[in-house]
Design a protein around this ligand. Sequence first.
Ligand code: MN
Length: 133
Amino acid sequence: MSARILIIEDDAASHALVRYLLEAAGYQTLSAFDGAVGVRMALDRQPDLLLCDLQMPVMSGYQVIQTLQEYALWKKVPVIAVTAFSMAGDREKTLAAGFDEHISKPISPQHFVAQVEAFLPESLRGGAAVHPA
Ligand code: MN
């Protein structure tokens, strides 16, 4: 069964592109357009992986990861920052905040799914559902 991936991203075009690429690769997606809704969905729906923008209204990506870590309910899964913050030091700052990876925007449509899949166990990868062994 392919992973269920929660996308937390306020920019409609970025959100749509990420969702399209993941669904085309066989993934189920959940969508949140601000950090507060994202936290609630992460706790309620138990996705297998989170993609999270950093600059968002209501609650930033940094606040999202900090809040999740405070919840006993939070089932630790990979959380990847997808962000336009790509200056020197931004990656280190993101990883230090608790994110598992930092992907810079604009994303590469050719490589994005593989970058995300690297954080999923083989049994949850999209291709596994399309071509069962
Ligand atoms: Mn944003």
